[in-house]
Design a protein around this ligand. Structure first.
Ligand SMILES: [Zn+2]
Length: 358
């Protein structure tokens, strides 16, 4: 009797620490280099009509233009501005003084992804080269927990992710670019054949194939933590193709809609999965032409956004008050969502509590 009393007392103590936390699974999606300006404002009025960046301005306008920012963003990202804006949270609208910054000073991909997953804006991580990351990341930390062992999986379009997440050391499952999909399911076999036969206009497999590989893996293997890293938005922006940049983001929004439908249809994940969507770095904005670029010399490129949706996330929608968060807080937030404390050897920051607490 006494024992039961203490168990109840201890669970109450945990409840008070974490509230009535329901999250057991986490899905993270990143849209490489996709600016907060488009997330919160939809298509950019100065770019959508510019024939330097858009091949067919009339048809692009028809698809994504509207007179108000709220209509434009709904057209561009329907999932963000229906499901997430009503049931989740969106951080980073600087027009409302709500800010999320890179803490690292480089504002390009590897340092950004390192910051998200290790929580540590390490100055020595300053290259996009295939270098094994020395810093422990939160996905490998989760993979070491008994309930999560071999239940963490990553699918990425960019082939540097095995190095960023150091799968050689961390042991987490990372499938990048055209890493062979060694699975018995007919769907995964088909996707594997497609990824070797597809054209690769951006030099890596299309995001659609990354998504489908992740989707089939989710259905068949039921990972508890799944990370999908898309790439096309950044590559298309570098190419100066604003129409394609918007179309890629729109397609990824639709893939996230599809993903969420699957998550909510499986008993293993329904109402116990938190979805986090974010990215590595911003792009230029103050100087029009710099929308194509990022990096430490590009003003505004250290500004990002975060979206969250799940059973523990209070449905505040778009944050409209003055706040400042950092990309590095995501690592501890990911752990805290499943009631873990990520304490690696390097320094980390506190989580973004408002993502999972009332
Ligand atoms: Zn880039």
């Amino acid at each position: 009797m006494k024992k039961i009393f203490f168990i109840i007392l201890f669970s109450c103590f945990l409840c008070s620490l974490f509230g009535q936390s329901k999250t057991e699974n986490i899905i993270i999606v990143t849209l490489d280099g996709f600016r907060w300006q488009e997330v919160f404002g939809g298509a950019d009025s100065s770019l959508i009509t510019d024939t330097i960046y858009v091949r067919d301005t009339a048809s692009l306008k028809q698809q994504f233009w509207a007179s108000t920012a709220s209509e434009r963003r709904e057209k561009l990202l329907p999932f963000f501005w229906s499901a997430i804006s009503k049931q989740g949270q969106l951080y980073g609208n600087r027009w409302k003084q709500n800010k999320v910054n890179n803490a690292n000073k480089y504002w390009f991909s590897y340092p950004g992804y390192n910051e998200i997953f290790t929580g540590y804006p390490d100055d020595s991580v300053n290259s996009n080269k295939k270098i094994w990351n020395q810093n422990e990341n939160v996905l490998e930390f989760i993979n070491k927990q008994a309930n999560y062992k071999d239940k963490v999986a990553v699918f990425s379009t960019w082939d540097v992710f095995p190095y960023i997440l150091n799968n050689r050391r961390s042991g987490i499952f990372v499938n990048a670019d055209v890493d062979t999909l060694r699975f018995n399911s007919p769907e995964l076999k088909l996707i594997n054949e497609m990824q070797f036969l597809t054209t690769k206009p951006l030099g890596v497999r299309p995001d659609l194939l990354t998504y489908f590989a992740a989707r089939e893996y989710l259905k068949t293997h039921k990972p508890k933590v799944l990370y999908i890293a898309f790439d096309e938005t950044d590559d298309l922006a570098h190419e100066g193709l604003y129409d394609q940049y918007l179309s890629a983001a729109h397609a990824e929004d639709a893939m996230i809609t599809d993903l969420w439908k699957i998550v909510q249809s499986m008993p293993e994940s329904r109402d116990k999965t938190t979805l986090l969507i974010t990215y590595d770095h911003g792009r230029g904005y103050a100087v029009k032409e710099e929308w194509k670029h990022h990096g430490e010399k590009v003003k505004d490129a250290g500004q990002i956004w975060i979206a969250a949706l799940g059973p523990d996330t209070p449905p505040i929608g778009e944050l409209g008050t003055e706040q400042l968060f950092y990309q590095r807080q995501l690592a501890t937030t990911i752990a805290a969502l499943i009631r873990l404390k990520f304490q690696p050897r390097h320094p980390v920051m506190e989580p973004i509590y408002s993502i999972f607490k009332k």
